[in-house]
Design a binder for this molecule. Structure first.
Ligand SMILES: Cc1cc2nc3c(=O)[nH]c(=O)nc-3n(C[C@H](O)[C@H](O)[C@H](O)COP(=O)(O)OP(=O)(O)OC[C@H]3O[C@@H](n4cnc5c(N)ncnc54)[C@H](O)[C@@H]3O)c2cc1C
Length: 431
């Protein structure tokens, strides 16, 4: 089949790479490079991913398998984190001990000397235990993080000082969004082994993965913004910004849901409705050298530094790039700040980029169930033939991360394989 994949994030790259094994595939990306690496920057001659992305095998089995198959080397990084208030003074921090394959968060007595820090630790231990047990008993469905915390009387110091800021940092959303996050999604994220396994990064950054995936894709066309996608009978027309129209047997929309909604010109009403149910938060990421974004005392600096203050709707988080990217270990300090509360000095700014992140809430979870059900039903029964498919980090269960993006790509590739086999072939092969 002749297939177009629109969008060169990790989801689109993976879908196109998988589909290229059997089909003629064209990947269209609007940016000058695949979106997965388009914002990366060179700092002191070293490419730094923007945003920096980490994973851990327990929660990322599909990404881990993909990286292994591609030969992408990965290495452990510390996720020790310092939490400060608006004054830059530390109110809590955890450190990270790595022993062989184990990675253990711990606090020193000095880190829990204040009553506030002590309550945070108590709350964290209780949340992990209670949420893990409730998840195992299937009791978290329909419950938000805020509701769970209130029902179990978790200390406010923990909820407002660690739980919500940490979740808002991982999911890059507001603190209020974090409060409304489905509790089962958060419990499953923790249950993947985050408190035992090392967080990892690709040694040679996202570039390495993007390069290896691109090499296996039939045709990659960058700087190729697609303006519209329209299914007409047995074909799907892809309208390029240049005015060209190309026809394909199938199209995979591997953009974000809100972008897919704008691109797909004649979706069935139910598909338009489900795409509209995914909401997004815009955010900015800065690369800079301004040490004012770090805790006031140099010895309090961690690889991750979250600044939590009541005047802002979400924490500012600053990654100390030198501490997580060995090639920059001895270079001048470099930082990456997500959702800056303030601006760095002009002469210390290296670059900035804007992103959108899908929110997970009760309505996105309902839309996700419909999306998955409709795509698998269409793959199993080609009447009426579905020819436009949805793929991306928002299109799989869990926190929208690299894992859900890659898992979604595997799902769409399997659906297209089934669709290509047709009912007769599927029956003959027993699939
Ligand atoms: C600040 C930040 C930090 C993060 N940290 C982590 C982390 O540590 N670990 C982790 O697992 N995840 C992390 N994530 C999330 C992760 O980066 C995303 O979940 C994942 O990259 C999404 O991939 P995707 O392919 O679904 O979507 P995208 O990466 O959004 O890909 C969509 C692509 O479609 C392209 N496109 C859109 N419209 C068109 C069009 N009309 N024509 C052609 N192309 C188009 C876009 O340019 C883009 O390249 C982070 C995200 C952010 C913003």
């Amino acid at each position: 089949m002749n297939i177009a994949v629109i969008g060169g994030g990790i989801a689109g790259l993976t879908a196109a790479w998988l589909l290229s094994r059997q089909h003629t595939v064209t990947l269209f990306e609007r940016q000058a490079q695949p979106g997965f690496v388009a914002s990366s920057l060179a700092v002191d001659g070293v490419r730094v991913d923007m945003p920096l992305r980490v994973f851990y095998p327990g929660y990322y089995p599909t990404l881990t398998r993909l990286y292994r198959e591609l030969g992408v080397a990965t290495e452990p990084v510390s996720y020790a984190t310092t939490f400060t208030g608006s004054d830059g003074q530390v109110f809590f921090r955890w450190r990270n001990l790595r022993l062989g394959g184990l990675s253990i968060p711990y606090v020193l007595p000095v880190d829990v000397a204040s009553p506030r820090a002590w309550r945070i630790v108590q709350g964290a231990l209780r949340f992990k235990r209670l949420a893990g047990a409730a998840l195992a008993r299937g009791e978290l469905a329909g419950c938000s993080v805020g509701e769970f915390a209130a029902a179990h009387g978790l200390p406010a110091e923990y909820v407002d000082g660690l739980l919500l800021p940490a979740l808002a940092t991982i999911a890059t959303c507001t603190t209020e969004d974090a409060r409304n996050y489905p509790a089962d999604v958060v419990a499953a994220y923790l249950a993947g082994g985050l408190t035992r396994q090392s967080v990892r990064r690709a040694v040679h950054g996202a570039d390495d993965a993007a390069h290896r995936l691109s090499a296996g894709i039939g045709r990659v066309v960058c700087s190729a913004g697609v303006q519209g996608v329209r299914q007409d009978g047995e074909h799907v027309a892809v309208l390029r910004a240049t005015g060209e129209v190309e026809l394909f047997d199938h199209v995979v929309l591997a953009t974000q849901a809100n972008q897919a909604a704008a691109l797909w010109q004649n979706p069935p009403p139910a598909q338009a409705e489900l795409l509209a149910a995914f909401k997004y938060r815009r955010l900015e990421v800065l690369m800079h050298r301004d040490t004012r974004f770090m805790p006031v005392r140099r010895r309090d600096w961690s690889p991750v530094n979250a600044r939590v203050c009541a005047q802002h709707d979400r924490p500012e988080s600053t990654i100390w790039v030198n501490a997580v990217q060995p090639a920059l270990r001895h270079a001048m300090p470099v930082f990456q700040t997500v959702h800056p509360h303030r601006q760095p000095r002009d002469d210390l700014l290296i670059g900035r980029a804007a992103f959108e992140r899908p929110l997970v809430d009760a309505s996105s979870q309902r839309a996700l169930a419909t999306l998955q059900q409709s795509q698998s039903a269409a793959a199993a029964d080609r009447t009426p033939a579905r020819r436009v498919w949805l793929c991306g980090s928002y299109a799989e269960a869990g926190v929208p991360l690299l894992e859900s993006a890659v898992r979604s790509a595997y799902g769409v590739a399997a659906a297209l394989r089934a669709a290509a086999a047709g009912p007769g072939l599927r029956a003959a092969s027993g699939t």
